[in-house]
Write a protein that binds this ligand. Structure first.
Ligand code: FAD
Length: 375
């Protein structure tokens, strides 16, 4: 039987890669890739085996997102947000939630995402302004979530709010897309990740039964730090390592193929060789760091949190550096849509501004190594 990574690689080669340029230009959601992932069981990568999933780990998530992003950043980002939403449910699933969400995810018939960000709180998504109101055995949600990747293509959204009693902390709810009062607005017009369909979620008197709460009331902050942070941060690391490797390989191929009139190739020029060396080193270092951080998290090592946080910093910065170098290697041809490096460069710019952003992570890493409390 094919391993998870072999499956991901096969679908990436056969479905994701051929559509990557079209998805970038048209800005459409990668639905063919999601259909293929669903059919192969890959949407259930992080669903436990007893609920019909593949029972994968964070190490698998890094490897799979890296593989997909090597060909298409948009598809990898959509897959990652779905996987994070899956992991949130799997962390505390009731029997009802297992049947309603985890089994269909494993069967490839449900897509999820995270709706955390709000315009008012920006990069500090862990301090939402939206407050759930209690109404008998239900909660009522009102407000707007921004930057919801997968947007209206998701069947359910994990929505982060304050608990009705302010001192109870944060709640996470599973909100079905077809719940009355749920609407989507806007169009994704980012410079990169053009197919990630990151749009706004509008909630007007959205009634959510108590059974849709993830865990207990007030579990939201723990879920953010124990589940969302490791899966999202490591997954973004995987996406950015993949983007960097894709750009490096495209530039390498171009350097070998592009010949001058005297028969010399770009690859024979020393300046280009230096760039290739820089790119190769940056890609492989960031990849090893991310995989080691994921291993530390899976093993529950004491240094895992620090390594996970630093992995996103390193991967995002490496992706920007490598994609810039790739364009330099490819020259004017790299600046056009004839080669994919301009797409990798635009896609790679998102990693550092996605929360937790590079600035916030560097502060947390710096505090951690210096023994200063985070908050
Ligand atoms: C492609 C993409 C997909 C996304 N998908 C999702 C999604 O699926 N779900 C979701 O919930 N959100 C998503 N987001 C939102 C994202 O995670 C951030 O919440 C959002 O980008 C914040 O943007 P902002 O302009 O409000 O940032 P601001 O909060 O305005 O930050 C602007 C800059 O200031 C810096 N800054 C702010 N505060 C501090 C501080 N205290 N110290 C140091 N520096 C600081 C930041 O690092 C950043 O560089 C996505 C974003 C992008 C770009």
């Amino acid at each position: 039987m094919a391993s998870v990574l072999e499956l991901a690689k096969q679908i990436t080669d056969e479905v994701v890669a051929p559509l990557a340029a079209d998805i970038d230009r048209s800005g459409r959601f990668p639905k063919e890739a999601f259909a293929a992932f669903g059919k192969a069981g890959l949407l259930g990568l992080l669903v436990p085996q007893e609920a019909g999933g593949l029972g994968g780990t964070l190490e698998d998530l890094v490897a799979v997102t890296e593989t997909i992003a090597e060909s298409c950043g948009s598809t990898a980002m959509c897959y990652l947000m779905h996987s994070c939403a899956t992991m949130v449910i799997a962390a505390k699933a009731t029997e009802n939630q297992k049947e309603r969400y985890l089994r269909p995810i494993a069967e490839g018939t449900k897509i999820g995402t995270l709706a955390f960000s709000e315009t008012g709180t920006g990069a500090h998504f862990y301090s939402p302004e939206i407050q759930a109101a209690r109404d008998g055995e239900s909660f009522v949600l009102n407000g707007r979530k921004s930057f919801v990747t997968n947007g209206d293509q998701a069947d359910f959204l994990i929505v982060l709010t304050n608990a009705p009693d302010a001192d109870k902390g944060l709640n996470m709810f599973i909100v079905d897309k077809d719940t009355p009062g749920v609407r989507f607005a806007g169009e994704w017009d980012g410079i990169g990740l053009r197919g990630n369909n990151s749009i706004s979620l509008l909630m007007e008197n959205v009634r959510v039964p108590k059974a849709q709460l993830v865990g207990a009331e007030g579990d939201g902050m723990d879920l953010i730090f124990q589940v969302v942070a490791p899966s999202f941060i490591l997954g973004v690391s995987g996406v950015n390592v993949g983007l960097a490797r894709g750009a490096y390989l495209a530039a390498l191929e171009h350097a070998k193929m592009r010949k001058y009139a005297d028969g010399r190739s770009l690859a024979e020029i020393q300046a280009i060789q230096f760039y290739l060396s820089d790119m190769f080193g940056a890609v492989e270092s960031a990849s090893l760091f991310a995989r080691n951080a994921a291993k530390a998290a899976v093993e529950g090592r004491e240094d895992a949190v620090l390594r996970v946080m630093q992995s996103k910093v390193l991967a995002s910065e490496s992706a920007v550096k490598v994609t810039n170098l790739a364009m330099q290697v490819c020259g004017g041809q790299g600046y056009t849509q004839k080669l994919p490096v301009e797409r990798y460069l635009r896609d790679a710019r998102a990693g550092a501004v996605m929360a937790p952003t590079t600035e916030v992570l560097k502060e947390w890493v710096g505090k951690s190594v210096a023994g200063v409390p985070l908050f």
